[in-house]
Design a protein around this ligand. Structure first.
Ligand SMILES: Nc1ncnc2c1ncn2[C@@H]1O[C@H](COP(=O)(O)OP(=O)(O)OP(=O)(O)O)[C@@H](O)[C@H]1O
Ligand SMILES: [Mg+2]
Length: 252
């Protein structure tokens, strides 16, 4: 289980996260929502220890992140950042293999090879495996980074806007893949998504941030309300029922 205790983050004089305390459910898709600059990436990066909080702490499976050994943390939690970039010219297969590094420490075993092959397979990018990352389309590259996170095979998977650059079909495919990982492999997935209808259809639980404050949280159904969403996004949002799910309409 992951919990945060009174997390704040200050950049120069600006407080961008303000006392975020929460206990996150496990074995679910948990969507982080909020408008640009609300603090979603900052919170995810603090949870994964990429950046330190100015105040407060994160506890993962009973132990503060500050006390976790780096190797153990990398076997337990992975984060795919909002704009992943590779400095070196590598192939898709090599990139996905990087996801195995915490397990293999550079000495690849058949288990690692199986995990890489499976990640390429379930993301549907086997045909791209020998292509260079810098020669792919934006969406193809995004799929390769998602495959790398899947290959890492951690209990907690944090994905910051994984649907960036993906067409509708691939976005649905990735959300369904997340559902499969939760259901069949008992993963817990934290995911930042801007398209609220993807949240409504695929997320189990929602954390909604506004101006650095964790303003609402709960089962998805309880957050898909016009007054909550209009407050979070500062626009009028109408919510309709469609086949047992909520559809949000914000085109005016
Ligand atoms: N390294 C940094 N230095 C200074 N300010 C920062 C830094 N990183 C983020 N911020 C500020 O912190 C606030 C929260 O940023 P964050 O990236 O967490 O937002 P977000 O909710 O992920 O937004 P988006 O939807 O645009 O990705 C913003 O006002 C941003 O300008
Ligand atoms: Mg962000």
């Amino acid at each position: 289980m992951i919990s945060t205790e009174n997390i704040s983050k200050k950049y120069r004089s600006e407080l961008v996260l303000k006392g975020v305390s929460t206990i996150l459910p496990t074995g679910k898709i948990i969507a982080f929502i909020g408008s640009n600059g609300a603090g979603k990436s900052t919170l995810l990066n603090i949870i994964s220890r990429l950046i330190p909080p100015s105040e407060g702490s994160v506890v993962i499976d009973g132990k503060k992140t500050s006390l976790w050994n780096t190797g153990d943390l990398a076997k337990t939690l992975t984060i795919l950042g909002q704009s992943p970039q590779s400095e070196t010219r590598i192939t898709v297969k090599d990139l996905v293999s990087f996801g195995r590094f915490p397990h293999s420490n550079g000495e690849t075993t058949p288990d690692d090879e199986r995990a890489v092959a499976e990640a390429l397979n379930i993301t549907g990018i086997e045909t791209l495996k020998d292509r260079y990352i810098d020669e792919l389309s934006g969406g193809q590259r995004q799929m390769a980074y998602i495959a790398m996170s899947v290959a890492q095979d951690t209990k907690y998977i944090l994905l910051d806007e994984p649907l960036n650059n993906l067409d509708m079909g691939r976005s649905v495919k990735i959300m369904k893949l997340m559902q499969k990982l939760v259901k069949e492999k008992s993963k817990t997935i934290f995911v930042v998504v801007h398209d609220i209808n993807f949240v409504s259809f695929y997320a189990d639980y929602v954390l909604a941030l506004k101006d650095g404050i964790l303003k609402y949280q709960g089962e998805t159904e309880s957050i898909m309300r016009p007054e909550i969403l209009s407050d979070i996004y500062d626009i009028d949002i109408t919510v309709e029922n469609y086949r047992g799910k909520k559809i949000c309409i914000y085109y005016k």
